[in-house]
Design a protein around this ligand. Structure first.
Ligand code: SAM
Ligand code: SF4
Ligand code: SF4
Length: 338
């Protein structure tokens, strides 16, 4: 099992199953037009399984399905069932915007999915439309209502943006509480398609904690879990929530995550501009061992600390220009899976 140049193992694989999405979140897909990955390049389920098997041999034991919106991928429960049958995957999770969750939650659970994370940035209809272009709030809330009991709870991820939804932290924690959902607040990141990002719009972990402490009283930090992106906290009444401080306090030193796009490009960091074309190897009939040696060799050379490098850079602005995103959609967050 390979370690990278900083001694970080390869344990966590995020698999994007489509770059298409039924929302247009302002921090992820703010533009009117997008260049999509060609359909013929999309990995078939068998191809995803073959690659996942190689990753499992190289030490991966956590797999998260993402997108774009993963529930737009036809027959996703079939893929979930095939992955769930692999006992070496200790954690099989899905990140979704929740719009289609009510109709798919049961079949996903029956197929063997372990966990669900739903992205939810606001509980207000008008704001939802302003943030995501379409007001699908009711369907998302329905999805959470159906999925939470089936999965014994779930996680809610909220990207916090100054002047947009930073007045809803308490409301979202309280909403999560009613569904047994642990809320995780995510700092706005200057990654991929975040072409409207600016430092002024980032609400830092420190600011979020201050807002919450003002409302709830003293907040205690829970012991750190190595390699988990969220720092977890407890409110005085016992409720637990998390903050993913990717922008102001990055956690690259423990990062064991990599990302596979829906067309089989493998990226070692959310901020990486170059990836490895595993689809080409797969479709050239490369053997399991040959692909394993590509993956091992690449991981052993890994030096990525994207978010830490960004933090150290002065004069921050969106990472990638619109022009460049149009030339290479692989640089988009919705292609990479977040
Ligand atoms: N469509 C699904 C969803 O929204 O949950 C899965 C893919 S989405 C790219 C995965 C996660 O990335 C979401 O929780 C989203 O909020 C997060 N994300 C996208 N752009 C972001 C940004 N600029 N800063 C922080 N998080 C971002
Ligand atoms: Fe929003 Fe997720 Fe779609 Fe991006 S991929 S626009 S975060 S729903
Ligand atoms: Fe990992 Fe890159 Fe994110 Fe740092 S920026 S935590 S190295 S994916």
């Amino acid at each position: 099992m390979p370690n990278d140049t900083f001694g970080r193992p390869l344990r966590n694989l995020r698999v994007s199953v489509t770059d298409r999405c039924n929302l247009r979140c302002a921090y992820c897909m703010p533009e009117q037009e997008y260049v999509w990955l060609p359909r013929e390049d999309m990995l078939q389920f068998e191809e995803i399984e073959k690659l996942v098997d190689v990753f499992l041999d190289e030490g991966v034991d956590k797999v998260r399905l993402t997108g774009g919106e993963p529930l737009l991928r036809r027959d996703l429960p079939v893929l979930v069932g095939r992955l769930a049958a692999r006992s070496r995957i200790h954690d099989l999770a899905l990140t979704t915007n929740g719009v289609l969750l009510a109709e798919h939650a049961r079949s996903l659970r029956e197929a063997g999915l372990h966990r669900v994370t739903v992205s939810l940035d606001t509980l207000r209809h008008e704001r939802f439309r302003d943030l995501a272009r379409y007001d699908e709030l009711d369907r998302v809330l329905d999805g959470i209502g159906v999925a939470a009991p089936l999965f014994g709870g779930l996680k809610i991820d909220t990207v916090v943006i100054r002047g947009v939804n930073d007045d809803e932290l308490v409301d979202i924690i309280e909403f999560g509480r009613t569904h047994g959902a642990e809320v995780r607040f995510i700092e706005y990141m200057d990654v991929g398609g975040a072409t409207q990002w600016s430092t002024g719009r980032v609400v830092s972990k420190a600011d979020m904690l201050e807002t919450l402490a003002r409302h709830y009283g003293a907040i205690s930090a829970l012991p750190e879990e190595s390699s988990a992106p969220a720092r977890r906290y407890r409110l005085p009444d016992g409720a637990v929530f998390g903050i993913i401080a990717s922008t102001t306090a990055p956690f690259c030193s423990d990062c064991d995550r990599s990302r596979l796009t829906a067309d089989g490009m493998w990226y070692l960091c959310l901020y990486a501009t170059e990836g490895v074309d595993l689809r080409r190897a797969l479709r050239a009939d490369a053997s399991h061992d040959a692909i394993a040696s590509i993956i091992r060799g690449t991981w052993e050379r890994r030096r990525d600390r994207g978010a830490e490098d960004r933090l150290a850079s002065s004069n921050r602005s969106p990472l990638i220009s619109l022009d460049r995103l149009r030339r290479d959609p692989h640089l988009e967050m919705h292609t990479r899976g977040g």
